[in-house]
Each structure stands twice: as C-alpha cells, then as structure tokens.
Design a protein around this ligand. Structure first.
Ligand SMILES: [Zn+2]
Length: 153
C-alpha cells in the first residue's frame, strides 16, 4: 500500500447520451479484458448521480482492496473517477459532460482535495497517450481556480 498521489479523471469512451451501468463496466474490464478489477472507483452518470464501483476509505493510502485498474503503472498511487460519455456518435473523442456531470465532477474534485491536501488531479491522457477523458483537465481545473499544486503531474 502506498500514499494516494493522483486523482485520475476518465471517460467511459461511449457515445454521447448513452447510459452505462456498473454491470457494463464489469463486463468490459473483467470479463472481456480479463482484469482482476474494474478501472474506476466511482462513476458519474449522465444525470450527475455518483455510483461507487470499488469501495475505499477516506485515509491517505491506497490499500490493496481499494485498487482500481485505471492506468497501468499508477494504480497503486491513484484513485480513478469516470464520467459516462466521452465520444460522439461516431466514436470520435468529444467532451460530452452534461451540466450535471460537470457539477458533480467539480464537487468530487474539490472534496478529494479537501480530504487529500497533497493530491494531484490529472486526466488519463496525462499518464498515457490516450484521448481519455476527452477534455483538458488542467485547463478546466484552472478555470475553477483550483490551486496549481493540485494540477498536473
Ligand atoms: Zn481513461
């Protein structure tokens, strides 16, 4: 177990307006990709509701039972949150966050920073070469006046 260092933001990489369930994520990650655990601790639905996928406590360490497999090489020091969406109808990357999802994600990020004063918030695309989460996390955090120490790697 190690100190929690990153909050990583993801998208489900699914077309705008299509809902995704916990069972979908489990099927994709565990059954189809063969991972031991899904890639996200929490999921923000289209209506802004937050759903827990992997339990975790509020301390500053990532215990083995809390690990989600969201970004290879970082999972021991990261917590992963995903919003439903992230591409257009043709599967091209697109920031499809609804106002409700943006609001929920902002609350989520602010709470994580309060709870973990040294945490850094990054997009999946800052840890590996992917489009996920289909928006520039750093720019968004700056627009919310999140302190620099929490932005980027
Ligand atoms: Zn991702």
């Amino acid at each position: 177990m190690s100190t929690l260092k990153y909050l990583v933001i993801h998208c489900t990489d699914t077309p705008e307006g299509r809902e995704v369930t916990k069972a979908d994520i489990e099927r994709w990650h565990i059954k189809e990709r063969g991972w031991s655990r899904v890639g996200y601790s929490d999921m923000i639905h289209i209506d802004g509701c937050l759903e827990n996928l992997i339990a975790f406590n509020q301390d500053n360490t990532v215990d083995n039972w809390e690990i989600s497999n969201g970004a290879k090489g970082f999972n021991g020091v990261a917590r992963h949150v995903v919003y439903v969406g992230g591409c257009d109808k043709n599967f091209n990357p697109k920031d499809t966050r609804t106002p409700e999802q943006i609001n929920a994600l902002e609350v989520y990020v602010r709470y994580m920073i309060l709870r973990h004063p040294d945490i850094k918030v990054v997009g999946h695309n800052e840890l590996s070469s992917k489009a996920c989460p289909s928006f520039n996390v750093g720019d968004w955090l700056r627009s919310l006046c999140i302190p620099c120490k929490h932005i980027g790697r």
